[in-house]
Design a protein around this ligand. Structure first.
Ligand SMILES: *Cc1c(COP(=O)(O)O)cnc(C)c1O
Length: 388
């Protein structure tokens, strides 16, 4: 992860509130109960929230497992001193097996090639290695198909340096109540897969299926462990169906900047590329140092809003690579250096990531994941605001 040169950066900052992250985890654990294990999914830099700091906060709060997408992400966590088990969801590529094994990172296995790669490396090192098997019950992405599972398990019997420590599957539509029968079918198929493995003498300790929507809308899918991403970060509106009963979960991320310039433009003047905004009357416009290269999407042009001096201010004109302009109508006395909230709350007002994802016709995950390394990262730990 690239470190920012904070002392020289412009004031465009993504702030991750680690106290809220830990509180979200505690609320969820109280709601679902302590009989299941909790795996925090911190792939993609914790959905853009900063994987190392988030993992440290969740480890201190008592999380049981972490999941990452790729080997590099797992190694970053180990290098930072994370001790809990880490599941690497994204397969293993030639050259990665030894580092994963030596850093005690659990690979997800879904092809014979991956099984053999890990086995030959484990054998060479002389160490038996835990693996989790991923079963495709309907996602149609990576995972062992049920029809092939018997042969796959028989093949695993010839690979004595592998230990099947877990089995998992992943839901395609757990967030869509209209497709609940499909999710139930996936869960039933997964039970069949686990039963088949047990009948062949495997004894997986961890059996897991539920992502965020699964854990809240299909309690039967909680099994031995839930794998939670979005809800931990407080991203819920477009992740869980409307009216899903949930505990108190708050957004973890804020995005703020400061005004670079304030100007008054006459009636008829336009703002930005393409002249898509025309002032109907004399208008005060404030320009802020953020743009689509920071992950503040071009789709927000003329549609998103910010909070300035306790009031909402509309984005006017096209979002450009490095600049966004805001209409200051009704907001008196703003000047360069004044604070602007793009995601987060200020007093009574708030802008959720889900508001922005709806404008961009995507999901909130894509907005937080898309915040670029050009943005300064800060972490609030409850007592103090910390730079990266
Ligand atoms: C990303 C991911 C999750 C977490 O999903 P959320 O919707 O963020 O809870 C769980 N399991 C797997 C396999 C994933 O890839």
């Amino acid at each position: 992860m690239q470190e920012n040169r904070n002392s020289t950066n412009r004031p465009t900052e993504a702030i991750t509130n680690l106290a809220i992250l830990a509180a979200n985890f505690r609320s969820i654990k109280e709601f679902i109960g302590g009989s299941v294990n909790y795996m925090a999914v911190v792939k993609a830099n914790a959905y853009g929230h900063g994987a190392v700091r988030c993992a440290e906060a969740l480890e201190a709060a008592g999380i049981d497992w972490f999941a990452v997408a790729i080997a590099e992400e797992a190694l970053d966590l180990r290098a930072a001193g994370i001790k809990k088990p880490i599941l690497c969801l994204g397969g293993v590529w030639p050259g990665q097996a030894e580092t994963l094994i030596r850093n005690n990172i659990t690979p997800t296995v879904f092809t014979v090639e991956i099984a053999e790669l890990i086995h030959s490396t484990a054998k060479a090192i002389g160490q038996r290695v835990d693996i989790h098997l991923k079963i495709d019950t309907g996602m149609g992405r990576v995972g062992i198909q049920l029809a092939e599972l018997g042969d796959f398990l028989d093949h695993l019997k010839t690979l004595p340096f592998l230990n099947v420590d877990g089995m998992m599957t992943h839901f395609a539509v757990a967030d869509d109540p209209e497709q609940d029968p499909f999710t139930e079918q996936q869960l039933a198929a997964f039970h069949d897969a686990v039963e088949l493995a047990r009948s062949k003498g495997f004894q997986p300790k961890h059996i897991d299926a539920a992502n965020s929507p699964g854990a809240f809308t299909h309690p039967a899918s909680r099994l031995g462990m839930v794998r939670l991403g979005g809800v931990l970060y407080g991203l819920v509106d477009d992740i869980l169906p409307k009216n899903t009963p949930i505990p108190n979960i708050k957004p973890v991320l804020s995005l703020t900047t400061r005004i670079a310039q304030v100007k008054t433009i006459p009636a008829g003047a336009t703002v930005g590329y393409g002249r898509t905004f025309t002032a109907e009357a004399e208008t005060v416009v404030a320009t802020i140092p953020i743009g689509y290269n920071d992950g503040y999407r071009r789709a927000f042009s003329n549609k998103a809003r910010a909070i300035v001096a306790g009031k909402y201010a509309n984005v006017v004109g096209k979002v450009s690579m490095d600049w966004v302009s805001l209409d200051m109508t009704g907001i008196a006395g703003v000047k360069p250096g004044d604070k602007v909230v793009l995601i987060g709350s200020d007093g009574e007002l708030s802008i959720r990531t889900e508001e922005l994802s709806q404008i961009a016709e995507t999901i909130s995950y894509e907005i937080t994941c898309g915040l670029s390394s050009r943005i300064t990262r800060r972490y609030f730990d409850g007592d103090s605001l910390l730079h990266l």
